[in-house]
Design a protein around this ligand. Sequence first.
Ligand code: ADP
Length: 226
Amino acid sequence: MARNRAFIFLGPPGAGKGTQAKRIAQSCGLTHLSTGDMFRDAIRRGSALGRVVQPIMERGELVPDDVVMKMVEERLSQPDCAKGFVFDGFPRTLPQAEGLDRILERSGFGKLVVVDLAVGEDKLMRRLTGRRTCSVGGEIYNVYDLPPKVDGICDNDGGKLVQRADDTAEVVKQRLAAYERATKPLTEYYRRRGVLHVVDASANMDEVSRALGEIVKRAEGRNGHL
Ligand code: ADP
């Protein structure tokens, strides 16, 4: 019996998709798939893909759909995705959503479950410009809302905390504009298909995690409908 183990977290940059997707993946035994992390990894490794996407990301624009889809399709074919996965930062355009539908039709993941992490624009700037990431393990902090115990150092592994190159005020504006234009229409796309849940992501991290955990558990417990 196919279980519903294919999740998407939608929401604007700064909604907390990365933090929440990592937590849920760990607690529910899903593979966390962040297209943004995959691209940053390619840039770090200096691969051909990394060289293509680096200037695009630095401007806060979207990577072309064909480049994204090729990477995603390859990633989904790897064995660790068979247990189920949660996408964070993908799909970001209508063609990407349609491409994912085609891939899922051929697989046995059951029904797609989409969660929109909704949060007002006023909170986003503070969350994005305050964000710091561990350069070793990738844990996410926020200097205002979720500070580490020691300034600039990861609580888990002592790694140095760094700011993402695209978290500057100027680039954040571009990313929010790209979200409004290309990604926001996806909530309507999924709502019409009856697979959309909306969670208030302006609540504190633990409350949001609890709400998401319940959605995941409920979705897995049922087949065919939410
Ligand atoms: P955020 O959601 O906070 O903007 P991400 O790490 O998800 O951060 O994405 C960072 C950047 O990577 C985006 O601004 C974009 O340039 C690129 N990117 C990531 N995922 C996609 C995607 N699915 N389609 C197009 N571009 C993407």
